[in-house]
Design a protein around this ligand. Structure first.
Ligand SMILES: [Zn+2]
Ligand SMILES: [Zn+2]
Length: 75
């Protein structure tokens, strides 16, 4: 099942976090080095406190990511 691109997705608002679904930057030296890669990034749909709402432009997976160190949260 493919989800549509969220209407609030804006290429001007991006986040550089690995996608938990396709991990599209796993073989990319820029991503592995933690740099702001020009090809691999996520749409930043919104945020609430320390949690950001993301969508992967490669596989269109949508998830929440807690930016606090050590925190994990399933979508
Ligand atoms: Zn993905
Ligand atoms: Zn990359």
């Amino acid at each position: 099942m493919t989800m549509p691109l969220d209407p609030s997705a804006d290429p001007g608002r991006r986040a550089w976090l690995p996608c938990p679904c396709c991990d599209h930057g796993r073989d990319c030296p820029d991503c592995r080095a933690g740099r702001t890669c020009g090809r691999h990034w996520q749409y930043l749909l919104g945020n609430s406190a320390s949690t950001v709402h993301l969508q992967c432009p490669s596989c269109l997976y949508v998830w929440w990511h807690d930016t606090r160190p050590g925190a994990t949260r399933a979508a």
